[in-house]
Design a protein around this ligand. Sequence first.
Ligand SMILES: [Cu+2]
Length: 435
Amino acid sequence: MQRREFMGMGGALGAALVASTAAPAAAATPRRPAAGRAVVAPGGPYAVLTPNGSTLPWRQVGKIKVGHLIAQALEHEFAPGLRAECWGYNGSTPGPTIEAVEGDRVRIYVSNRLPEATSLHWHGVIVPSGMDGVSGLSQKAIQPGETFKYEFTFTRPGTFMYHPHYDEMTQMALGMVGMIVVHPRTPRGPRVDRDFALMTHEWKIRPGTRRPDPTEMTDFNVLTFNSKAFPGTQPLVVGLGERVRIRFGNLSAMDHHPIHVHGLSFKVTATDGGAIPEVAQIPETTVLVPVGTTRTVEFVADNPGDWAMHCHMTHHVMTQMGHGVPNLVGADSERIDRSVQKLVPGYMTMGHDGMGAMTEMNMPVPPNSLPMRSTPGPYGAIDMGGMFTILKVRENPEAEDGSGWYTAPPGTVADLASPSDLKADGIDLQDRSPG
Ligand SMILES: [Cu+2]
């Protein structure tokens, strides 16, 4: 091995293979008592919830809803231990969710407090050409310090997104994304009890650095729901038997995300192109959310528990520490560990003890970085991070702050098999060809 390579490993590998016990508790979901949930359409849906995010406030001026988005730099925490200087709207990434009702006329002011020009595009929303926000094509760019005025009518319901159409690669890589939810004027289909918006995104933040790297094209190392990596993601707390809608958006640079939910199945009811006719709604447990689209799913939460909901690309439930390391699975790791530890304190080889085990050891991580896998759960370490959250189906969701774990009925948790179980069921542990 070349010295240069090895020193490279020292950074990548020492950093990559070390995990921490400093695992923060899952972020709590703010309580939303039933009485406090706004109804935004006549006889219609509850207000959309943006976990870890907010909704854009409107000022009613005559018949027009007026809103203000400020494009600006901000300090963002992805999860405890990882902060970066990002760009977003009104102090957050994603920006506040824009929520309206079909037929609403809106006027949205966009102020540019960035060091470069920008513009705002309403992805999926049908607007007049001059309101489409493609700088150069449909409007002049919004220069630093300027405020532009957009005005249009939300002519159809659905789930859409907003993002700049100026220096797109850089501005979106730094976090300038947001969701748009337009409720139908006349309610359609069964009423939902909970309605969530989750924007998927991907970032490259080298351990120890302070800014996402917009030049990255393939190797993203921070994967997020609403710009949060687990355990920074707020769990989705829902009531047993409630009808739930989740609206996924994807403004990642390069990757589609197959979002999988455990414990139940859903139907994909809409895309950013419109509602899917009921006869065409296929039952799924995973929905592929391609780049530049939204996918809306609905289900009845009929199975109580704590259910993982995550991107099924395994590298997308990792964080910064899973990338660019040599494959030493199967090697005599104790010998390797001893030698490498002389140069890289705390080094451990993968595929030996499992990263979950590292969680319980007190191992240091580089400053401003997320350990590989590290969140304590009710039965030990939860060995996923990144684009991962938890759907908590509860009998009394209003009494939950989201931080607790599901209490499984006695006898319903997988556990060590007893010798009498094995004997009674004819499992012979010496048999090398079972079945
Ligand atoms: Cu993914």
